[in-house]
Design a protein around this ligand. Structure first.
Ligand SMILES: *[C@@H]1O[C@H](CO)[C@@H](O)[C@H](O)[C@H]1NC(C)=O
Ligand SMILES: *[C@@H]1O[C@H](CO)[C@@H](O)[C@H](O)[C@H]1NC(C)=O
Ligand SMILES: *[C@@H]1O[C@H](CO)[C@@H](O)[C@H](O)[C@H]1NC(C)=O
Ligand SMILES: *[C@@H]1O[C@H](CO)[C@@H](O)[C@H](O)[C@H]1NC(C)=O
Length: 472
């Protein structure tokens, strides 16, 4: 009971307390309204204050963007262009430090061609820019690195991926051209088969506006349309993304070279509409395996002195073996696709040393190469004469030896190697009937045995590389 009373009292006093609280809150709120009303409409000073504080905030932002603008302008001005061809490295241009973009180091990855990629960590996020389009003097063209936000004034930004190919030699010759572009094919294979939006070509820092037709079509077969950048305007050009290759395939491992050649062979055949299915297992009407022997001829320098005589020797030996078919073709009469077609259908190619031999790429792996040299090459042509021995090795072919013509005029000044090389450079190739007969007989027999083995291995090898080759 007492308890109850106490509770009642309590509630009552609580009610009283709440009422007081409510009244005070009401008045306080009213007071606030009045003040706010005054601030908003009648206190010019306060209004000025708030406007000033707004302007202050604006000012400090303005200060910040001022600083940004100043810094960007400074960065733009500090982009430093250096000559593409650095004459200080003239002596080591082919061996050691390159003279092309000499201030920059390559990225090295095991068994891959050295390359440069922009923008990257190594470039500190900067893009590659070029200025100049001289085609005769590489020191007049220049390169620089710049951040995308602070490209040099009036620079044009080229979107997408650009392949920048530098070669000490040229992009026309089949062999040199292929050596220059092969690393891009490999880089692309490793990078989701990326295709370039354009190519930029340099030789000694001099701009080149086209590749040879053979090289270009091979690249077209692999990457689609080839656009070579000419830098039409006289302003700096910067690249959203760029890959630079300047050492050909030198550091690329053997396995990777094989992969590149497998891909190019497959792409070129497909581009030319050639279906190699069943190739290598063809038999003639009498059940003999077909062996295709091709004499790939040249005109002019390093052609055969007596081509009909050489053809007769090869024809006689081919006729001796059932299933052997000889074809004799002039390489310079053939279109790109005709070359792909002829070599796709070749088991043994016999040809004088020369760029046309680069077409060996289109034969199936394990096919054979026979090579001929004019007099003077053995002594004076240096290691370069083994280019097609190397290529055979790198593309999975069998180099079945070479013949060095021992006959011909002697070099007038045998001590001067360069003069002697120039003296012999454009020589022609003779023949030795006994030697050629024995040699081609040996090679044909070798190929015949391989074909027999393959036939009994029950087609196990059929298209073993082709089916996996067109991975891009
Ligand atoms: C910001 O601007 C004010 C007014 O112009 C100036 O006094 C001040 O030094 C500036 N601050 C900076 C960091 O530039
Ligand atoms: C390139 O490499 C050399 C030798 O390792 C080094 O001294 C130089 O600083 C490097 N340059 C750049 C731009 O990284
Ligand atoms: C071919 O390549 C293999 C593997 O790299 C090597 O062992 C061999 O010596 C090379 N042969 C020639 C003739 O270069
Ligand atoms: C031709 O080749 C054969 C076989 O190798 C050789 O014995 C002969 O000396 C060569 N003839 C000439 C003229 O070189």
């Amino acid at each position: 009971m007492k308890m109850e009373h106490h509770l009642k009292l309590c509630t009552r006093s609580k009610n009283k307390f709440l009422t007081t609280k409510f009244i005070s809150i009401f008045f306080f709120t009213l007071f606030l309204f009045v003040i706010l009303f005054h601030i908003q409409y009648s206190y010019p000073f306060d209004f000025f204050l708030s406007a000033r504080s707004q302007r202050c905030a604006f000012r400090s932002q303005e200060n910040y963007s001022d600083v940004k603008e100043t810094m960007t302008a400074k960065l733009k001005d500090s982009v430093t262009f250096l000559p593409l061809q650095d004459l200080r490295f003239r002596e080591t241009a082919t061996t050691g430090h390159t003279w092309f973009m000499s201030s920059l180091n390559d990225t090295h990855e095991e068994n891959e061609a050295e390359h440069l990629y922009f923008p990257s960590k190594a470039s500190k996020g900067r893009l590659l820019c070029f200025k100049g389009r001289d085609t005769k003097d590489g020191t007049k063209n220049s390169y620089a690195l710049a951040w995308r936000e602070s490209l040099p004034d009036s620079a044009i930004l080229l979107e997408g991926l650009t392949f920048v190919s530098y070669t000490y030699y040229d992009h026309h010759n089949l062999w040199h051209g292929l050596s220059a572009v092969a690393p891009f094919v490999r880089w692309s294979m490793k990078n989701k088969c990326l295709k370039p939006a354009r190519w930029v070509l340099f030789h000694w820092g001099e701009l080149r506006l086209r590749m040879g037709s053979w090289v270009q079509q091979l690249m077209q077969a692999n990457f689609g349309k080839v656009k070579v950048e000419g830098f039409d305007r006289d302003v700096p050009y910067c690249f959203e993304k760029a890959v630079v290759m300047r050492h050909e395939t030198s550091q690329m491992g053997q396995e990777n070279k094989l992969k590149v050649f497998d891909l190019l062979r497959c792409k070129a055949r497909s581009y030319c509409g050639i279906n190699p299915a069943g190739k290598g297992r063809e038999i003639n009407e009498n059940g003999f395996s077909i062996i295709r022997l091709t004499l790939l001829m040249r005109r002019g320098s390093r052609s055969f002195k007596n081509a009909p005589a050489v053809t007769d020797i090869f024809a006689k030996e081919c006729a001796r073996v059932k299933g052997c078919i000889l074809q004799v073709v002039q390489s310079d009469d053939l279109s790109f696709c005709d070359q792909v077609k002829v070599l796709t259908n070749t088991d043994i190619v016999a040809s004088p040393c020369g760029a046309q031999l680069t077409n060996m790429l289109f034969m199936d792996r394990e096919s054979s190469v026979m090579e001929f040299y004019p007099k003077g090459w053995l002594e004076y042509a240096g290691s370069g004469q083994y280019a097609y021995h190397w290529m055979a090795n790198q593309s999975g072919m069998k180099h079945q030896g070479a013949w060095w013509d021992p006959m011909g005029k002697e070099c007038p000044s045998p001590k001067d190697r360069l003069q002697c090389f120039l003296f012999h450079k454009d020589g022609m190739v003779g023949h030795n009937e006994t030697y050629f007969t024995e040699w081609v007989r040996r090679v044909i027999d070798h190929v015949r045995l391989i074909k027999l083995e393959q036939a009994s291995a029950n087609q196990a090898n059929e298209q073993q590389y082709d089916s996996k080759a067109c991975i891009c």
